[in-house]
Design a protein around this ligand. Structure first.
Ligand SMILES: *[C@@H]1O[C@H](CO)[C@@H](O)[C@H](O)[C@H]1NC(C)=O
Ligand SMILES: *[C@@H]1O[C@H](CO)[C@@H](O)[C@H](O)[C@H]1NC(C)=O
Length: 386
């Protein structure tokens, strides 16, 4: 059974001091408010920090594990209602798990959602400062967090991202970055083809890392859904393209990856069935660009030029469609070269859907280099055709 995080659960407690016994439930039989957990005491809303706190003796648990929960205060309280809820499902008002009492004189179990022992309350109007109970995780507590493990040979960092598309930008990124002899593990958001922003560790728990022989390994846990849902963190139960990248880092700051990231060929649900994914560093359209350019320049172009240079004196008595054979073959090959080159040249623009913009500086430079070579080849070809 995989362990589930306590951060997937939160213990809620409502404390109330009963000043007017007539309007209160000094008996603690407050199952009426199991769902809302509202004390229904007329009075001003508390705006100062709560003087009461809830503590647990562990931050992770597996089904049927027992966790000690301590409710304590810097001032006394008389009434309280304690429930555990699924943090991943904030809309649900159901209490999960079962409590066991350590002090049955002062505390009692309640039946919320028809589930015996799913809440705890006071038994009378005695002032107390600490309540200790044990909470037992439900047997069917399904794993609502995901453990990620990344490793790879890298000088600086390994990272992966969840993306709605195969483009960098608006991605939820998780990075394991070497910083001296340590590895810092963080979550970040990449809004464009830029440096990751808003790095934080708030969503991550059970972080482990190892750095040896040039290999970075890291491991962390993230809830499937986050309690205070930040726009930058995606829910893990949706379909995403997965990116894996690595690169150089200096003083804990990442540089642009030296290779294109590995991108899954399809969108995948991380919480779905186990599967070995395949990915590619370059999309098929860019591979076709490379293949067409290679065929055009290394095969048809060269052979065409070769024929024009060395075969003019052969087959002088034969003609093909009214022209010398060498010329027809040569012209055919050159036209093919030109066609392949033009098609190949256009493919990256289809891929990029237009000219690269300023922040695509690196790509732009490549395209310019290609343009120069192309013009050179066009001149070469035209010369030979003439
Ligand atoms: C937490 O407390 C419970 C109940 O006392 C106990 O069974 C459990 O082993 C404790 N867990 C840890 C990690 O100390
Ligand atoms: C676990 O079981 C309880 C009742 O036994 C049910 O209300 C709850 O929905 C179940 N939770 C899951 C995650 O299956």
């Amino acid at each position: 059974m995989s362990p589930v995080d306590v951060c997937c659960l939160f213990f809620i407690c409502v404390l109330a001091c009963c000043w007017e016994p007539a309007g209160c439930y000094a008996s603690g039989k407050v199952t009426k408010v199991c769902g809302s957990m509202e004390p229904h005491h007329r009075g001003p809303v508390e705006t100062t920090p709560s003087p009461y706190s809830l503590e647990t003796n562990t931050t992770t648990f597996s089904p049927t594990d027992r966790i000690q929960v301590i409710l304590s205060g810097t001032s006394y309280f008389k009434g309280f209602l304690l429930e555990a809820r699924d943090a991943a499902d904030q809309s649900s008002a159901s209490a999960v798990g079962t409590f066991t009492l350590t002090n049955p004189q002062r505390t009692q179990l309640l039946t919320c959602n028809k589930h015996q022992g799913s809440a705890v309350s006071h038994t009378g109007d005695v002032s107390q400062r600490e309540v200790v109970v044990t909470w037992t995780a439900p047997t069917n507590a399904s794993s609502q967090s995901v453990v990620f493990e990344l490793s790879g040979p890298a000088e600086g960092y390994v990272s992966f991202a969840l993306s709605w598309d195969t483009w960098m930008g608006n991605d939820d990124v998780y990075m394991c970055v070497k910083d001296g002899a340590r590895v810092s593990v963080s979550a970040a958001f990449v809004s464009g083809r830029t440096h990751p922003e808003d790095e934080s560790q708030s969503a991550l728990s059970s972080v482990l890392w190892r750095l040896a022989d040039g290999v970075i390994q890291c491991r962390f846990r993230r809830p499937v859904k986050l309690a205070n849902q930040e726009a930058a963190r995606y829910d893990l139960d949706q379909e995403y393209f997965l990116f894996v990248a690595s690169g150089y880092a200096e003083h804990g700051l990442v540089w642009k990856h030296s290779l294109q990231p590995l991108i899954s060929t399809q969108r995948k649900v991380i919480t779905g069935p186990h599967e070995v994914l395949t990915g590619s560093r370059s999309p098929i359209i860019i591979k076709m660009h490379g293949a067409l350019m290679l065929v055009a320049w290394m095969l048809t172009g060269s052979v065409g030029t070769f024929i024009a240079s060395f075969y003019k004196s052969d087959w002088t008595n034969h003609s093909l469609l009214g022209q010398k054979i060498w010329f027809q073959v040569h012209r055919g090959l050159m036209v093919l070269t030109l066609t392949l080159t033009i098609v190949g040249f256009c493919l990256p623009f289809f891929y990029r859907k237009g000219w690269s913009e300023v922040h695509h500086a690196r790509k732009h430079k490549n395209t310019q280099a290609h343009t120069h070579t192309l013009i050179f080849w066009l001149f070469g070809n035209v010369w030979v055709v003439l």
